[in-house]
Write a protein that binds this ligand. Structure first.
Ligand code: UTP
Length: 279
């Protein structure tokens, strides 16, 4: 895809990843490998497939491995140059040639909304995508961000990817309510962050793919901390939703919640059997 109106993708990657302790004590959750590739690389590839070339990464303490991953390792490259092992680095080299990476740090973990606001300096005044790398999305024909960019071209408003989840799991997600305006497309009227099943307005959960219009930054600045004292992106999105400017999109594909151990194991098994090719 070439003429994408969305040029940059923001990766909030500052979270603690407590569900993967002790691994995540010194290693970022986003660097966990699904088979032989770290989660964040899958995310970057999905963004590139959707026509984006600017990768804006919000990191935090102990996340330096992410920056090193998207950089040249001279010693290693020198060692394997000319050998049959060079092929292992082909994909990551292409990414480094074709995408531009920028980084900023979230000093205090004050929630996803705050992480997105921290990334404003890297994004500027343009619509952008947000990708949470621990939600790994599989669609070999058309990635989820590509699907969302297509929609953005037509609707020109914020779009969140949604998925039906079991009712008893609504307390893990932002849950939406709204009116279906086309098959699989809902104009949002309400969003609740991590509701108990009995309080959830539906079983449609927001997953880690967003397209946001840049007015969201000012809205986040004006949004007081919500649940757990964190600045929630769902609270900020409510302001846009009240003006009819947020769509929920039931994406096509399969999502793995790699932020949880069972989801991560499922993804590993699936990718090993269906995606991984021995080099
Ligand atoms: P999670 O809710 O998955 O939190 O954050 P977490 O810290 O990564 O993982 P657990 O729950 O402790 O195991 C959702 C996404 O938002 C980012 C995280 O990096 C993750 O991609 N995030 C969250 C931030 O960047 N900053 C924050 O302050 C909070």
């Amino acid at each position: 895809m070439e003429d994408s109106p969305i040029k940059k993708c923001l990766f909030p990657a500052a979270g603690y990843g407590t569900r993967f302790l002790p691994t995540t004590k010194s290693m970022p959750k986003e660097m966990l490998p699904v088979v032989n590739k770290p989660l964040i690389q899958y995310g970057v590839e999905e963004a590139m497939d959707a026509g984006m070339s600017g990768m804006a990464i919000v990191t935090g303490r102990g996340k330096r491995a992410i920056e090193d991953h998207f950089d040249i390792n001279y010693e290693l490259e020198h060692q394997i140059a000319g050998s049959d092992k060079e092929g292992y680095l082909r994909e990551i080299r292409r990414i480094m040639n074709e995408a531009v990476f920028s980084y900023t740090r979230q000093i205090e973990m004050k929630g996803l909304g705050h992480a997105i606001l921290t990334g404003e300096t890297l994004i500027g005044d343009q619509p952008f995508a947000v990708l949470l790398a621990d939600d790994l999305c599989y669609n070999p024909e058309k990635g989820v961000l590509s699907q969302m960019v297509e929609l953005y071209k037509y609707y020109r408003c914020s779009i969140v990817a949604i998925e039906e989840v079991p009712k008893e799991e609504t307390n893990k997600y932002g849950v939406i309510d709204g009116k279906e305006i086309a098959p699989g497309l809902i104009r949002l009227s309400n969003m609740v962050e991590k509701p108990k099943p009995e309080d959830a307005p539906s079983n449609l959960a927001i997953i880690g793919r967003y397209i946001l219009t840049p007015d969201i930054f000012q809205i986040i600045r004006n949004t007081p901390p919500g649940r757990n004292g964190e600045v929630q992106i769902t609270d900020a999105l409510m302001t846009q939703a009240k003006a009819g400017r947020v769509l929920g999109y039931k994406f096509k594909g399969r999502r793995f919640d790699c932020g949880s151990v069972p989801g991560f194991m499922e993804a590993t098994r699936f990718y090993f059997e269906n995606v991984y090719k021995e080099q």
